[in-house]
Design a protein around this ligand. Structure first.
Ligand SMILES: Cc1cc2nc3c(=O)[nH]c(=O)nc-3n(C[C@H](O)[C@H](O)[C@H](O)COP(=O)(O)OP(=O)(O)OC[C@H]3O[C@@H](n4cnc5c(N)ncnc54)[C@H](O)[C@@H]3O)c2cc1C
Length: 362
């Protein structure tokens, strides 16, 4: 190969930007290009706030990346030609790469249950939340994972004309400690959220949701937070992927089948502590993006990269703007004893969210 080493980063979310920022510092001499279909970075971890009508921070990608001498291409990647080492864009242009960072993130999985795509909305991307309007009446939030809990609390706190129903098949926060779960339930109930933790939704209709036990719940709006999907670009290009389409990676985050492609964030399968896959989270997207950049920079220097050292520390769940839960975690993501709740937890979570945006910002 002659000339500059061309690194193309697909996706300017937390993982892609963390990678690009790090590459600009460590892979000096390489030509770095970031591709995203959006002009602005929007803090995805705040989309439940945006859905509830709050303004959330966003910044211009071209401007910020130019400051680090990183080229930005606003386009949607439509195809990956791994033979030619080329990314095809919806603008009819193409980008050639020597090394690719695949960080296309995730979006709501709208295909698993009938009627979701037609009748439900979601809070997974800025486009999803753009159309949110204040609803007077019942809002059903399906899925009581962290996103569903945060959204239900935010809506109940902000939109006092609506009645929020949170549906899931387990206790909200079931993966956290008993103390954290109890606090989540207490705050949701205080905010007026109706919790149904035995509800399996089998269909979404224009009028509401149908449950496996034969009952229906009428709603003015249904929001789907139960499950995420990923872009199918990698699968279509023949990279080895899991059942959802996430890229399988080796210990240095290279695709198991295409060593010139690294994957990070929600669209990658990464082995974590205790043999568990890292979960889809901003908390894993940032370090995996950064690590992928370190691994690329090491190999460009002719060195072998260090192994990825990742351990979980805390999980933060906001419960509106004035309350929250900070759950201490063991290295492998299982809950430890310590739990912080209340206003202090809300402040800590706000600090962590700001820190995450700072860590991604070039
Ligand atoms: C409401 C909500 C609250 C959350 N709260 C938390 C939290 O408190 N803590 C936490 O750890 N995680 C949280 N998450 C999860 C977190 O947001 C994601 O795990 C994280 O954003 C993943 O980062 P990423 O860089 O992999 O992907 P993303 O942030 O999704 O970025 C992917 C980028 O790729 C771009 N893209 C996608 N396809 C294409 C294409 N074909 N061509 C060009 N560009 C493309 C997108 O425009 C996007 O900018 C939350 C998620 C939601 C929805």
């Amino acid at each position: 190969m002659t000339g500059q080493h061309r690194i193309v980063v697909l996706g300017a979310g937390y993982a892609g930007l963390a990678a690009a920022r790090r590459l600009a510092d460590k892979a000096r001499g390489a030509e770095i290009t970031v591709v995203d279909s959006r002009t602005h970075f929007v803090e995805r971890v705040r989309l439940h706030q945006q859905a509830a009508g709050q303004r959330i921070p966003a910044w211009d990608l071209r401007e910020r990346l130019a400051g680090k001498k990183i080229r930005f291409v606003r386009a949607s990647a439509t195809e990956l030609d791994t033979e030619q080492k080329r990314v095809l864009l919806d603008t009819a242009a193409a980008l050639d790469y020597d090394t690719l960072v695949y960080a296309l993130g995730s979006s709501a999985d709208l295909d698993g249950v009938p009627g979701v795509a037609e009748h439900a909305c979601s809070v997974s991307t800025p486009e999803d939340t753009a159309g949110f309007a204040a609803v007077a009446g019942t809002v059903v939030v399906v899925g009581n994972g962290a996103t569903g809990i945060e959204l239900a609390a935010e809506l109940a706190e902000t939109q006092t004309d609506s009645h929020v129903v949170l549906l899931g098949s387990a206790e909200p926060g079931a993966w956290l400690s008993a103390r954290a779960q109890a606090h989540i339930r207490r705050v949701l109930e205080r905010l007026g959220v109706e919790i149904r933790s035995d509800a399996k939704v089998i269909e979404v209709t224009a009028a509401g949701v149908r449950l496996a036990d034969g009952t229906t719940i009428e709603s003015a709006a249904t929001v789907w937070t139960a499950g995420f999907g990923v872009p199918d670009l990698a699968a279509r290009a023949g990279l080895e992927v899991d059942a959802t389409g996430r890229v399988l990676t080796d210990s240095s985050l290279r695709s198991t089948t295409h060593p010139d492609i690294y994957a990070a964030g929600d669209s990658a399968v990464v082995a974590g502590p205790g043999g568990r896959e890292l979960r889809m989270a901003c908390a894993t997207a940032l370090p995996t993006g950064k690590y992928a950049a370190d691994a690329i920079a090491a190999r460009l220097r002719g060195a072998e990269p260090d192994t990825l050292r990742f351990r979980y520390v805390v999980q933060c769940v906001s419960l509106g703007r004035r309350d929250g839960v900070i759950q201490a975690l063991h290295a492998d993501d299982s809950p430890a004893r310590a739990v912080l709740t209340g206003r202090v937890a809300a402040w800590v979570k706000e600090g962590i969210v700001r820190g995450a945006a700072w860590a991604a910002r070039p």
